[in-house]
Design a protein around this ligand. Structure first.
Ligand code: GTP
Ligand code: MG
Length: 193
């Protein structure tokens, strides 16, 4: 996996039509860490000590298979209004007109109830009819019983219209291969359409 570049406008998105998987979720949910785990790299995507830092769409290329698009996280309270407006602009731009989009990866923190922003994103995905997989992040931080309980709640809640709901951890690599499987199935199907 290689870093291709950061985009703030539509003209800067890749144009070669390779199918794409978009990483979406609230700030600090673990998007960059999950990208690094998928890539088996320590520092391909920058992991932020402070949330709300990524304000661009960062594109990564997986050979001739797919692009991964790391979108800015939402829901961080302490960002200025102008930054928040900029976030909505770029994510809306991305979601409303991105032909190569094969799958949305919707990251939620496995430890918490979905936030207001998560509920809004869920509505958008259903409204646009995008296929999505839920990745419940930081699964290493929960005990087995608690994780089972949280996964059930996700499957019955915002995950009820998802293709799959997968518990993942960038820390101990739970679910990473399963996630690659879901991503490959979606992008291969898009390539052969
Ligand atoms: P923004 O780019 O700011 O939106 O954040 P992000 O969603 O990219 O999150 P990031 O990967 O930067 O991780 C946020 C914090 O959560 C960091 O302190 C990570 O070390 C921690 N973290 C991420 N994934 C995991 C995980 O699987 N397990 C544990 N224990 N910590 C994690
Ligand atoms: Mg990030």
């Amino acid at each position: 996996m290689t870093f291709v570049g950061s985009a703030v406008r539509r003209e800067q998105f890749p144009r070669d039509g390779l199918p794409e998987v978009a990483f979406l979720g609230r700030s600090n949910v673990g998007k960059s860490s999950l990208l690094n785990a998928l890539a088996r790299s320590r520092n391909l995507a920058r992991v932020s000590a402070q949330p709300g830092r990524t304000q661009t769409v960062n594109f990564f290329r997986v050979d001739n298979e797919m692009y991964l698009a790391d979108l800015p996280g939402y829901g961080y309270a302490r960002v200025p209004e102008a930054v928040r407006a900029g976030w909505e602009q770029i994510v809306t731009t991305y979601l409303t007109d991105r032909a190569p989009l094969a799958l949305c990866l919707f990251l939620v923190d496995s430890r918490h109830e979905p936030s207001k922003g998560d509920a809004t994103l869920h509505e958008w995905l259903d409204h646009f009819g995008f296929p999505y997989v839920i990745a419940a992040t930081k699964a290493d931080k929960l005990g087995r019983a608690e994780l089972t309980k949280r996964m059930k709640a996700l499957r019955e809640g915002i995950g009820r219209t998802a293709r799959e709901v997968i518990a993942v951890s960038a820390e101990d690599r739970t679910g990473i291969e399963e996630l690659w499987g879901a991503m490959r199935r979606a992008t291969a199907a898009a390539t052969h359409e």
